[in-house]
Ligand binder design. Structure first.
Ligand SMILES: Nc1nc2c(ncn2[C@@H]2O[C@H](COP(=O)(O)OP(=O)(O)OP(=O)(O)O)[C@@H](O)[C@H]2O)c(=O)[nH]1
Length: 499
């Protein structure tokens, strides 16, 4: 808890000198009114001896991710957040009197009889009186919205409250003009598609994997009922007309609206994409995404330019005619992996979970690097350590930067080596690991595989690549062949999913 000083707590001015003087307490600070500033006028000589009386005041605690941290380290916060939501309280009903009964005398004219008929009260089908109710409190709904990308904004604002229901607006007497209190509007909170909603440290609530998916996370409080207040001698008679007759003072609690619910929720974003691009930093993943989609990721000649997954939409294959649209796909460029990423090195293992919802992996390897084969194995090993199921997934390998002479020279040998690096028998799509499986704890056996056998499997025991292509995404060499391979891979995945 932070402390602020207030002019009724004793402190010597000397101790508040220089840097020790909190900015919020300086006389020009907005915490002081002009009137207070006058009292705080301290000259340099008097400063030595002045005694200032202050008292402690609570101020709001600053959350772990303040604005500055969010700007500097968005990759730590974009995909996970804890928020609190509160549905609206129900509006209150009212305690009402029956209007004073007009004794019908022979003297009363026709007009009066008419007006008496007009003020008839609302009645139920069985003739009982219907009394107005307080409005229902606003519900809170979380829904998947395509226009949202990340969960960063929830770090800036992490509390959401729906409005309360309206009270019954009554002057104390039952009239036919009385209406129910208005219902509080539903608070709808948009989140990116692919967001998983859980209770904080608890129950799974929903996986909002498709646009428009939604979940009611907090139900608004019910509105209070209204009660009729009657002298005891008339109570029995009126009870035949309405069940809402107040019997004693304790009934008044029924008039109060129910409070809304407050829940803490954990939102976890899992990127939804058909294709996941993986590789070491600087392999050219972002350049590839920019070359084949309209995405505009940051590209630079230094590692970890990509801090958060970038998504791009790959157009359908025009040669397929009417089937063009069915061959559209979403590509996700994930931040570069390095050796030890599963242990938190580099940008850590945070991004690996975003492969969970991909169908096809594209390994991007810098063919001009010192040891491309070793780079390729490093990435495979990291994937295996995080979740062995990822290695069961169909994949293609893109040997990038073949515009550079050193890459061009070793291309044929590399293609051969990588094409053979894997287990032919395991390469049957039908037997490959289940897609959309849960993330696994490092080193734990996968659910898609049998009896923990995968724990012992080496990377070369997993399926072979569907294809290996040489490209230069920068110079647009071999890009069409690569797209063909990606589309063929996706077709195979979809076909095997249908079976
Ligand atoms: N010569 C050549 N350079 C390339 C090619 N593709 C990418 N590059 C360069 O390689 C560098 C890294 O490219 P990026 O696309 O940022 O690599 P990345 O894999 O996304 O890197 P991270 O963001 O660190 O994961 C950039 O300077 C690119 O211009 C290529 O085909 N040929």
């Amino acid at each position: 808890m932070a402390l602020l000083l207030h002019p009724s707590m004793l402190l010597t001015a000397k101790s508040l000198h220089g840097d020790l003087w909190p900015s919020s307490l300086r006389p020009h600070s907005p915490f002081f009114s002009t009137k207070r500033n006058k009292q705080w006028k301290i000259t340099s000589e008097s400063f030595q001896h002045t005694v200032i009386s202050c008292r402690s005041v609570r101020v709001k605690e600053v959350g772990p991710a303040n604005l500055d941290t969010l700007v500097r380290e968005p990759h730590k916060y974009f995909d996970q957040v804890i928020i609190t939501v509160r549905s609206g309280d129900g509006g209150h009903g009212a305690v009402l009197d029956m209007p004073a009964q007009t004794t019908s005398s022979k003297m009363q004219g026709k007009f009066e009889k008419k007006s008496k008929k007009k003020s008839s009260f609302k009645r139920d089908f069985d003739g009982s009186l219907v009394l107005p109710m307080g409005g229902h409190g606003g519900d809170v709904i979380i829904y998947a919205d395509e226009s949202k990308e990340f969960l960063l904004e929830f770090h800036k604002k992490s509390r959401y409250c729906a409005k309360r229901g309206g009270n019954v607006d009554a002057m104390g007497t039952l009239t036919s003009q009385l209406h129910d209190g208005f219902a509080g509007p539903t608070l709808r909170i948009p989140v990116p598609v692919g967001t998983v909603v859980k209770r904080k440290r608890g129950k799974f609530l929903a996986d909002l994997a498709h646009p428009g998916d939604e979940i009611l996370v907090a139900r608004g409080g019910q509105g209070g009922i209204s009660l009729l207040e009657m002298p005891e001698n008339r109570r029995k008679k009126l009870m035949a007309l309405s069940t809402n007759v107040m019997r004693d003072e304790s009934d008044k609690v029924l008039v109060l609206g129910q409070p809304g619910e407050e829940v803490s929720l954990e939102l976890i974003l899992r990127v939804v994409a058909d294709v996941g691009l993986v590789g070491l930093p600087n392999a050219g993943k972002s350049t590839l995404l920019a070359a084949v989609t309209l995405a505009k990721p940051d590209i630079a000649d230094y590692p970890f330019t990509t801090l958060m997954p970038n998504l791009g939409r790959l157009d359908g294959d025009p040669t397929l005619g009417a089937l063009k649209y069915s061959s559209q796909a979403t590509l996700a460029d994930l931040p570069g992996l390095i050796e030890g990423a599963h242990l938190g090195k580099g940008l850590g293992r945070n991004f690996l979970r975003h492969l969970r919802r991909t169908r096809l992996l594209v390994h991007v390897v810098d063919a001009a690097a010192e040891d491309p084969m070793n780079d390729y194995k490093t990435v495979k090993e990291e994937l295996r350590m995080y979740n062995p199921d990822y290695l069961e997934r169909p994949y293609i390998v893109v040997l990038n930067k073949i515009d550079l002479p050193e890459a061009r020279e070793r291309l044929p040998q590399l293609v051969q080596e990588i094409s053979k690096f894997g287990n032919k028998e395991a390469s049957n799509l039908e037997t490959s690991g289940e897609l959309y499986t849960d993330d696994k704890v490092v080193g734990m056996p996968s659910s898609g595989s049998s009896n923990g056998y995968q724990k012992e499997k080496a990377i070369e025991d997993y399926p072979l690549p569907l294809s290996v292509v040489g490209t230069s995404v920068l110079k647009h060499i071999g890009v069409d062949e690569m797209l063909k391979a990606i589309r063929a891979g996706l077709r195979k995945c979809r076909d095997s999913e249908k079976q």
